[in-house]
Design a protein around this ligand. Structure first.
Ligand SMILES: Cc1cc2nc3c(=O)[nH]c(=O)nc-3n(C[C@H](O)[C@H](O)[C@H](O)COP(=O)(O)O)c2cc1C
Length: 317
């Protein structure tokens, strides 16, 4: 598992809060103030540096940290983010750190919206802004462009990048073990959702060639699928201990198979139903088909084979 270290600086708490939200999504992660960094922290694989912007620049303590730890950072993949009020100037904000670490090391950089509450400012900061306001004629006022959705989208982008760094087992091995796992289970949680409605349905399934099929008389999951084809499927063993982890989460696109049509009959046969009997039932038996897209597998068998226990499998490759 790739462990993330988020190192931040923050005067009034905004960058600290953003770092905490990012850590939730990027876990396993640790979040430290730049002053707390020590030798122990060099063990982390993936580094995120977050700083507020003060007078067009990263905080001095963060720049000093990068200068002092350049040899350590340069061998890692590093993501930068800053918190500011003028996001349009973001290219300039990152220039200094990028020139210290180089573009191979800095894999992503983003400016995120911050906050300014005048009545919370230390005298020194207030004076700087006050003289800026007098020089430019810009009226001093509170500002709040903190945007949780923007932060989460960024954290998910970073997570996708981080997942791409997982040392991958050979695709054929991942496919084999994943399909074996899917075939030797028969019940999953099918998660569907639309707006405020979310539903996790325990349901029997069959797996065949990149698709999962469900037979269902009906229910609220259909209300979600009709409005939102994106679904998630989880299949897992009971937890015993950390050396016997086995679980998979698969994202995919759901559709409802045309009742009584050729594909419907084929899937019914696959399941072992007699089609004529199925079509004569007093209620309609519906089939949901999910075209599988991406599986995130956490499986100790991979670790036993010398790979990372987490593996990603893309069905469309
Ligand atoms: C003295 C001072 C100077 C600032 N300079 C800038 C700036 O140059 N560009 C900008 O976009 N925001 C600027 N800001 C806004 C801060 O970046 C913003 O308030 C940020 O959310 C602070 O994050 P923190 O709470 O983590 O310290 C400034 C704020 C103060 C108080």
């Amino acid at each position: 598992m790739i462990k993330t270290l988020i190192i931040y600086e923050s005067r009034y708490g905004t960058t600290k809060k953003i770092s905490e939200y990012m850590g939730l999504i990027l876990g396993p992660a640790n979040i430290i103030n730049v002053k707390e960094f020590n030798e122990e922290h060099k063990k982390y694989d993936f580094i995120i540096l977050g700083s507020p912007i003060y007078i067009e620049s990263f905080e001095e303590s963060m720049i000093r940290f990068v200068v002092e730890n350049r040899d350590f950072l340069i061998n890692k993949k590093v993501v930068l983010f800053c918190t500011c009020l003028n996001k349009n100037n973001n290219i300039n904000y990152f220039k200094e750190i990028k020139s210290l670490l180089g573009s191979e090391c800095i894999v992503m950089a983003k400016a995120l919206g911050g906050k300014l509450k005048l009545n919370e400012l230390k005298d020194e900061d207030y004076k700087i802004l006050d003289s800026f306001s007098k020089e430019t004629g810009i009226t001093l006022k509170d500002a709040d462009i903190f945007n949780l959705k923007e932060i989460i989208e960024f954290a998910l982008d970073v997570k996708r990048y981080k997942d791409s760094l997982i040392p991958a087992a050979p695709v054929s091995k991942v496919k084999f073990l994943l399909e074996e796992f899917l075939n030797c289970h028969n019940t999953c949680t099918l998660s569907t959702g639309c707006d405020k409605r979310v539903r996790g349905t325990p349901i029997e399934y069959i797996y065949k060639e990149g698709h999962i099929y469900f037979f269902s008389e009906g229910g609220e999951k259909f209300a979600n699928i009709l409005l939102n084809e994106n679904v998630s499927i989880s299949i897992y063993d009971n937890y015993e201990n950390m050396t016997k982890l086995a679980g998979v989460q698969i994202s995919g696109k759901a559709s409802i198979v045309e009742y009584g049509e050729k594909e419907y009959c084929k899937i019914a046969q696959m399941k072992g139903f007699k089609v004529e009997q199925l079509l004569q039932l007093p209620i309609k038996m519906n089939i949901i088909k999910v075209k599988l897209e991406r599986a995130e597998v956490l499986y100790s068998k991979f670790k036993n084979m010398g790979y990372d226990s987490k593996q990603i499998y893309e069905f469309n490759q």
